[in-house]
Ligand binder design. Sequence first.
Ligand SMILES: *[C@@H]1O[C@H](CO)[C@@H](O)[C@H](O)[C@H]1NC(C)=O
Length: 492
Amino acid sequence: MPSLLLASSLICVFLFFFCSLEKGFALQRTSVDVDDDSHQHVVLLTSLLPSPTCSSSIKGSKRIDRPWAFKGMKTTLDVVHKHGPCSKQNKAKRTQTSHSEILNLDIERVKYIHSKIPKKSEELGLKQLDSTTLPAKSGSLIGSGNYFVVVGLGTPKTELSLIFDTGSDLTWTQCEPCAKSCYKQQDQIYDPSKSSSYSNITCTSSLCTQLSTATGNDPGCASTSKACIYGIQYGDSSFSVGFFSHERLSVTDTDTVDNFLFGCGQNNQGLFGGSAGLIGLGRHPISFVQQTAAKYHKTFSYCLPSTASNVGYLSFGAARASSYVKYTPFSSNSAAGTSFYGLDITGITVGGTKLPISSSTFSTGGAIIDSGTVITRLPPTAYSALRSAFRQGMSKYPPASSLSILDTCYDLSGYKIITVPKIIFEFGGGVTVDLAAAGSFYVASVKQVCLAFAPNGDDSDVTIFGNVQQKTLQVVYDVGGGKLGFGVGGCK
Ligand SMILES: *[C@@H]1O[C@H](CO)[C@@H](O)[C@H](O)[C@H]1NC(C)=O
């Protein structure tokens, strides 16, 4: 008996020592997850909140601690959040976009995506009505596009902060002389007359004709110069119209792309958050990904940081095969259309329990991944299953009022460390991806921390895997290889 007691206390001592060691190690290693079992995250609340200052120097890529970003990546850019301290837009303007404003813009983007993607039932009779002929009338695509990169345009180059967007194709920037209108931007406005590498494209060129499918609008033609004119509208008040042109694009100081096709915007309006324009990473032939296929082999990857005070990355070029990235095939489902990247969602597990959702729930409307949609939109039946499982796992925390489309919020102001049920997505090919704790919440304040999922209008609407859920994951788009990869712990 005494020896048993001795043995068990020894085990306890040993376990205690081991556990504290483990905890200390985990804390040092990532500061995000304090401890982890397979079913829940135990996290420091502060790890979900942005600090008032940017955690990294964002000029010059090598100073940043992101060991995985460089593994075989050809070209790497810093990614910063539009509304955080790492964005120079934010420093200059200091106009804080409110959380309900951000979420309302997100609603507009989802409306726009749903309008671009015909539902399966409608598709039968209206096969020809794809994005070629569907004008993008409702919804603001850009307003909620949250992440920027800085690239150079022209010779000598002008540095421009562009929103990167996997949900659209045309790259454009505001252009001098802003013949009709330019909105306020932080960077100096690019001036083609000062660049030796700029050239117009004529409206008779086949390059010009491609605009119809990329923008949803037929191109125009300037009366005297016969320059090709593009027009793209994203919503009620957001648009860009100008010359479709060739120019040298400096992705980094050493990596340039000659004759890059872009829109030189002479009439621009909308909520572009002070950015100079947009870089389109969609699937259409005029997207950045397709235009740079010879150089980067249609492969890019990014990591969106856990909070707005951290810096992520956007890399172009083949990632070295790394064992921690798991791949799911891009879906050929019609949801993807010409621009979007489709994927198959087959199940969701919350806190160790697989949700009772039939696989047809997800396949009915299909699914896409989007860098510009903030909140993941699920079929309503899937959302209610996820919500009740999540609420059950969070039942010890006091609830807080809802925020726009987010109806499951908590007041965590009394806590330093929280225990959060793990959300695991299962994708086509049996790939499972653990979302980070930061990928489960939209944090308005410590008093209002909300489950960052929302239901679609009905089960036939396309499911959208949004950017909160992608936080800290390395997301690899191997477009040539037809597959999408997820790696846990891609950035902080
Ligand atoms: C491009 O076309 C515009 C519009 O006609 C014209 O003003 C401009 O001079 C042209 N630029 C070049 C480099 O040809």
